[in-house]
Write a protein that binds this ligand. Structure first.
Ligand SMILES: Nc1ncnc2c1ncn2[C@@H]1O[C@H](COP(=O)(O)OP(=O)(O)OP(=O)(O)O)[C@@H](O)[C@H]1O
Length: 339
């Protein structure tokens, strides 16, 4: 299975540091997400991995070769952010054209593209590409990335601009590809996409990796959890729970000690705790917090060496993390309940 090893990878356009020195590895069969706002350096990173942009420094070993080696490219499917297709071709003729470029035998190419298009539920395979919707074109572009049956897929914003249904198809399909042993690296600025499908992610901002890990690890290291403690009696700091049928009160607290305090107060008032639920910050909120905290001079790579930057990226921050819990989407996990 194809792996990727990146060390000190950087790209400078003129004086502008688009990527300031990335280190990461991607294991075979993994879905690896590169997340960040516009201009973070995601596309530049992916293009360096695909051998389409020459790095200014550092190394990228991709599927056993230096990035850009022609042998590596034969084993790569690259999906650019914008993938203009030949408007006068049909999906079938277009995919056949690319299969021929890769010397894929005709029958194998036909079977592969038909089964990919079946899976992506692409109809109208003889329609002009120029007359197709954005979602249909994206599916054709994804099918194109697979004509050579590569072990490694590098997808730049695969679901960008697609409706929710098509987005789901694309994400589920990505998961299937990884389950079949393909290694997938993709970029996204919609954190929900990443959260639902990636095994591990790096978060980039202004050219720099500012956090890394699995989604649960990132939550653990950077997120805040709040506890919603439901009681049968009013206690200090609790509000009446309007959604409950009977008389119920809810206190929102930050840690388990505070949960115990609520329990003691409820017992002292002759009541009890009937439910505890945890609410986690969404990845989106964690990301916004992290991005807001990256000082511009850090992104310019001034004043700190790569080792310091790595140490910081790997280190969870302290409890001082500013919480924006309550904003945006929150995920709810079933809590500890009553004891
Ligand atoms: N060819 C280029 N010449 C000069 N600057 C460039 C070039 N390509 C990218 N940049 C700059 O490098 C920075 C990173 O760009 P990049 O496209 O990698 O970001 P991104 O994270 O993919 O953003 P987006 O989500 O908007 O595509 C941006 O500030 C961009 O303007």
């Amino acid at each position: 299975m194809a792996t990727i090893r990146v060390e000190g990878l950087r790209k400078t356009y003129g004086d502008f540091p688009a990527v300031v020195g990335s280190d990461f590895t991607v294991e075979g069969g993994e879905i690896f997400g590169i997340v960040g706002p516009n201009g973070a350096g995601k596309t530049t990173t992916l293009k360096m991995l695909a051998g389409l942009v020459e790095p200014s420094g550092g190394t990228a070993e991709v599927a056993g070769y230096d990035a850009g080696d022609p042998e590596m490219r034969r084993n790569l499917g690259f999906l650019p952010e914008e993938s203009p297709l030949y408007e006068d071709m049909t999906p079938r003729s277009y995919l056949q054209f690319f299969a021929d470029l890769y010397d894929v035998p005709r029958e194998a190419a036909r079977e592969r593209t038909e089964s990919t298009l079946d899976r992506l539920e692409l109809e109208h395979r003889e329609r002009r590409l120029g007359d197709m919707s954005k979602g249909m074109k994206r599916k054709v572009a994804i099918a194109r990335s697979l004509v050579n049956d590569p072990d490694l897929l590098i997808y730049d914003e695969p679901a960008s601009g697609l409706d929710p249904l098509t987005t789901n198809y694309v994400l589920e399909f990505t998961r299937e590809l990884a389950d079949r042993g393909k290694t997938v690296v993709f970029s996204a600025h919609n954190l929900y996409h990443v959260e639902s499908v990636c095994d591990r992610i790096v978060i980039m901002n202004r050219g720099e990796i500012i956090a890394r890990g699995t989604v649960p690890e990132i939550r653990e290291a950077y997120g805040t959890t709040r506890y919603h403690v439901f009681t049968t009696v009013p206690v200090a700091g609790a509000d009446r729970d309007e959604r409950a049928e009977g008389e119920r009160y809810r206190a929102v607290v930050d840690d388990m000690d505070a949960v115990e305090e609520v329990r003691e107060r409820a017992a002292a008032a002759g009541g009890e705790v009937v439910d505890i639920r945890t609410r986690e910050q969404s990845l989106e909120d964690i990301f916004l917090d992290l991005a807001a905290e990256t000082p511009p001079e850090a992104a310019a790579g001034r004043g700190r060496g790569p080792a310091e930057r790595d140490a910081e990226a790997a280190e969870p921050r302290g409890a001082s993390t500013g919480s924006v819990a309550g904003t945006g989407e929150e995920r709810e996990r079933s809590g500890g309940g009553t004891r």
